[in-house]
Design a protein around this ligand. Sequence first.
Ligand code: BEZ
Ligand code: FE
Length: 287
Amino acid sequence: MTDHSSIDYFTEERSVEAVNARIGADCHDRLATVMESLVRHLHAFVKDVELTQDEWGMAIDFLTKTGQICDENRQEYILLSDVLGVSMLVDAINNRRPTGATENTVLGPFHVGGAPDYPMGTNITKDGARETCLFEGRIVDLDGNPIEGAKLDVWCDNEDGFYDVQQPDVQPPFNNRGIFTSGADGRYWFRGIRPVSYPIPDDGPVGQLLGHLGRHPFRPAHMHFIVSAPGFDTVTTHTFVDGDPYLTSDAVFGVKASLITEYEPVEDGDTKWRSHFDFVLHRQNTQ
Ligand code: BEZ
Ligand code: FE
């Protein structure tokens, strides 16, 4: 009979080794590295909090509900990643840039492809705005040289705090969205509204989790931008409205000091606000 006492079966003490030893020799190197680390950290967490059987069941139930609410329009797992700070951490690791280059922040779920291309100066707000805001600035490289042919893909919520895709029966298609292309001087300017703060979708498991944690679901007011130009790293970012009460408690941790922008009052016909921001792009590493 086999001497079972000499075999290393699973125990609390050697749980990590027991699981990771099963990874096959043919496993892709990167997958092995990621999974070994995941198992190490996951087991350390379970041991740290001494997870109870009930808590394990609640976690399974939470993850099940998170999956069940996902469809082609709703991605609750990304929202979970957002509120846990994981989306911003992955974004930070993958978009390290030299000082002076415009910083990235989360893309969010409300970007849509195929927004209209507009000439500079167009008002992207199609449902009528109480007060118009002029957005303007330059797209330059790290030496301050203008970048010609840069594409600025912009989108924001309406004055009630909803994106057009959240209210397809209320807002016109592509409301508060558009694409602009810079000329030789690198300048951009367009009109829209001064964005407002809004809650992330909080009628699902992630919203319930925030409630249990005593956290609110709000994001501070922001305008989204994807700025791209041939030969440069694409910047996915927002500009935040200075003075917004949620700047220090963004539900998804997207705020960076360098992205907070003054919205100055102006008197120019319907235009009541002006927001100036220069985008500084980092040349792609070609080696
Ligand atoms: C957004 O800014 O559109 C957003 C980002 C993360 C989660 C929800 C919304
Ligand atoms: Fe947003």
